[in-house]
Design a protein around this ligand. Sequence first.
Ligand SMILES: *Cc1c(COP(=O)(O)O)cnc(C)c1O
Length: 395
Amino acid sequence: MPYNSREPGAPAASGDIPLSVPNIGGNEWHYVKECLDTGWVSSVGAFVERFEREFAAAVDAPFAVALSTGTAALHVALLLAGVGPEDEVVLPALSFIAPANAVRYTGAIPVFLDVEPEYWQLDPAAVRAFLEEGCERRSGILRNRVTGRRVAAILPVDILGHPCDLDPLHDLAVRAGLAIVEDATESLGARYRDRLLGSISALSCFSFNGNKLLTTGGGGMLTTADGEMARRARYLSTQAKDDPVEFVHGAVGFNYRLTNVQAAMGCAQLERLEEFLEVKRRIAARYDEAFRKVPGLVPMPQAPWARSAWWLYTVRVTEETFGRSSRDVMHALDAVGIQTRPLWQPLHRSPAHRDAVTTPCPVAERLQQECLSLPCSTGLTAEEQERVIESVLTG
Ligand SMILES: *Cc1c(COP(=O)(O)O)cnc(C)c1O
């Protein structure tokens, strides 16, 4: 089996260098054992509350609600933002598919717009063009000129550890009367103009999947400054229980809460957030140093207004100048047991979303062709990273 076909996040064979694997060396055993010993294993328990409290503090958000996955967090956040059937939600074409799927779960339709070439994030100019030229206001409601559907929200996705340019996106949303649901699942710990992601948008979502910066095996978090939103998120994610004794439910809810066992692991992981961010920065700096002067290689960017979390270090390979394509490099590294990954198929090309609204997205397509994510686990040793760099440069 080619090494690259392994699931990211799966443990590696000895000698192999995986893309990104969990780092579980803190209090995880200790806290999880406490759940097992006391019988508090399900979605009620002290660790759930503690994880929410400590996570909220870690991202400067007044409230955090722990959910079963990042995708569930996105789904609930979109519902709280008032997104519903036959609405449209704007999101970048270059992203993992989860946010587009979450849009679909509400019955809404994604609108895929291009990313900008410099930092690879949702392009505010593309959003402005869509809202100003592609939409019109009819009886006070902003509608897509072509489909006639209401445009309800903007869903910026902070990809690979780097924030979107949030101020212009927020300005556009305020002016058009749209909600913002931020997918910060890949960028925990990143800052936009000195503010931590999770404290900026009305609703922000995080993930603790196996390959994210912190992991609970699977898990998610929604942060907000609005206590009523947090209360409704808890309500919807626990089957909308009005009377817990008499089984009265006020709405069609979801079984989306994080369990106490997962939250216990989350508390232990969270204790190491700063350490993990520091390691990620170091890994990124070493890759940057090695690639900066090589013609045809563009290191992962960081905007002057951003502090990246460097979640998944990604290099851009220009075939014409470098002499080999990103996929050539991928196969060469694969052959020596080094796992790399291209970026996601742009969502406007995804068969799963073929009936979405789309515009041409040449930047997303080019980046998907040229970008390659390199091993950057927090447990990566300097020697392993040297091996990766050597293999990229000499192929
Ligand atoms: C990981 C991820 C999610 C959420 O993933 P879950 O596996 O559901 O926790 C959502 N959006 C993006 C962009 C992601 O990378």
